[in-house]
Design a protein around this ligand. Structure first.
Ligand code: PEP
Ligand code: MN
Length: 490
């Protein structure tokens, strides 16, 4: 029936939460012949932008998307671990070789530590190359006594208070920045950027650890780095072949980094959704075709836009991509199972990654019921922990500044590991907001509190550069990798 038929545009029949309302033409004044020229042009622009986007080539391919889906099936079945991370709000200005390389390097360093500790391949997904749109709890804010629209991401409006009017042409700009970012990532990967240090003359491998304040912590980090480096040296000596697909070879050598973002702007996402041939290795029958959202390998639904009867869930249910669903503390267990029934009717392993973000104070209460309901449902999901979004606090020293404490972040991850283990389930991965960016003086950002460099409230004012939520810096991100690695090798 028509009401259940899916198409890339069927979401338009459903309520769109967090919708962006573009300025519409002002009503004609009595006797006026022309609509207001400025807003009239803008109104036209959304349709124009969408038809332009529909003609532009896909940013990622079905082969890459299906390869990620197969890897996430491995994660769902306990044969790999997922590391997903990046900025809360990616800016068009992050599209520089330096910033892209910082981001990839951090994910790669973390994944090496994780592979070593977990003895498992790590699937790396960057929040990058399209993470340009933000849902907001408050749609407006007061700046200098004036109420203006909140910053909704570079996809929509500008961070500058004078640039908050939504402009549809930004969606076109998003496409080109995304394509340029993905292009640079592909060229780096094809040139060996992500290959083993042993293949690139970087052995003995090391990591900067000078920031670690506690003697005891420093010792344990140094010991991990030392052991990892010896392992890499050993492999270099015995000549583990590059590109080898044997077990450890594949785990360490894999040069894959996939791209992801929250698919919030459905006009954009549906314009880039194409019916394409399913690659032979993933197809169930000859000449199979499927709908791929080609703006990224992996897209997710936010905690605010996951309503069962909403536009975002409708859009996601028809895609072949592996997809994420944020799961906050207000999700009911039976609602979660109904949602999985809509988005993953065929119970495909790895099709859905549940990215839970309850908060350190709620994880013990909420997670067990969700695990139990999923286990009973037969869906083979990836359980990923986002220890960031339930732990956002306002700084006491800097009113209005959002921060997160490493204590809470570490607690939520540990609670996830403990509860999954108790229930015969498994934490499949983590979803983090982080940045390898440094300021002009080579200093890391100071947005989250604590960690081995012991950042305190007074440091928040120093280098808070996020356009949205506070991110882990380079050192704090390594702390999490070390912590996960140590917990797994115990
Ligand atoms: C985010 O990931 O930046 C975000 C807005 O998360 P959530 O939907 O979980 O609140
Ligand atoms: Mn965020």
């Amino acid at each position: 029936t028509t009401s259940t038929a899916w198409s890339p545009q069927s979401w338009r029949r459903k309520p769109v939460v967090q919708d962006v309302v573009y300025p519409t033409p002002a009503p004609l004044a009595d006797g006026a012949e022309q609509p207001d020229p400025v807003s009239y042009k803008r109104k036209q622009a959304l349709d124009d932008v969408v038809s332009k986007l529909e003609k532009l080539p896909p940013i990622v391919s079905p082969t890459e998307i299906e390869r990620l889906k197969a890897k996430l099936a491995d994660v769902a079945q306990g044969r790999a671990f997922l590391l997903q991370g990046g900025d809360c709000a990616e800016s068009f200005d992050y599209c520089t070789s330096e910033k892209i390389e910082h981001r990839l390097s951090l994910l790669l360093s973390m994944s090496l530590i994780l592979i070593w500790g977990m003895k498992l391949p790590v699937v790396r997904i960057a929040r990058m190359g399209g993470q340009y749109a933000k849902p907001r709890s408050k749609q407006t804010e007061i700046v200098d006594g004036r109420e203006i629209m909140s910053f909704r991401g570079d996809n929509v409006n500008g961070i500058d208070p004078s640039d908050r009017l939504p402009d549809p042409e930004r969606l076109l700009s998003a496409y080109f920045h995304s394509a340029a970012t993905v292009n640079h990532v592909r060229s780096l990967l094809a040139s060996g950027f992500a290959s083993l240090p042993s293949g690139s003359g970087q052995v003995p491998w090391s990591l900067p650890l000078a920031h670690v304040r506690s003697e005891e912590l420093l010792k344990s980090y140094e010991s991990i780095v030392q052991q990892l480096s010896s392992a890499l040296e050993f492999m270099e000596v015995i000549g583990v072949e590059r590109g080898n697909s044997g077990a450890s070879g594949a785990a360490l050598e894999s040069a894959d980094i996939f791209m992801s973002h929250e698919a919030l702007m459905l006009e954009y996402e549906s314009a880039l959704t194409r019916e394409l041939a399913v690659p032979a290795f993933a197809a169930k029958r000859a000449c199979e075709k499927g709908f791929y959202c080609t703006s990224a390998h992996f897209v997710w639904i936010g905690d605010r836009t996951r309503a069962l009867d909403g536009a975002h869930v409708e859009f996601f249910r028809g895609l072949r991509n592996p997809v994420g669903i944020k799961v906050g503390p207000t999700m009911e267990a039976d609602e979660l199972v109904r949602l999985l029934g809509i988005v993953d009717p065929n119970k495909e392993p790895g099709r859905v990654t549940l990215i839970s973000r309850y908060g350190a104070d709620k994880v013990d209460e909420k997670l067990p019921a969700h695990i139990k309901a999923v286990q009973a449902s037969g869906h083979q999901v990836v359980f990923a922990a986002d220890p960031m979004h339930g732990n956002t606090k306002t700084s006491s020293a800097h009113p209005g500044v959002k921060t997160r404490h490493m204590h809470d972040i570490v607690y939520e991850i540990s609670a996830n590991m403990r509860i999954h283990a108790q229930m015969g389930s498994r934490l499949g991965g983590v979803h983090l907001e982080l940045t390898g960016d440094v300021t002009k003086d080579g200093e890391s950002v100071t947005e989250c509190l604590g960690g081995s460099m012991q950042l305190e409230e007074e440091h928040l004012g120093l280098r808070f550069e996020s356009f949205c939520d506070p991110r882990l810096n380079f050192e704090q991100s390594l702390d999490i990798a070390f912590m996960l690695s140590q917990a797994a090798s115990k």
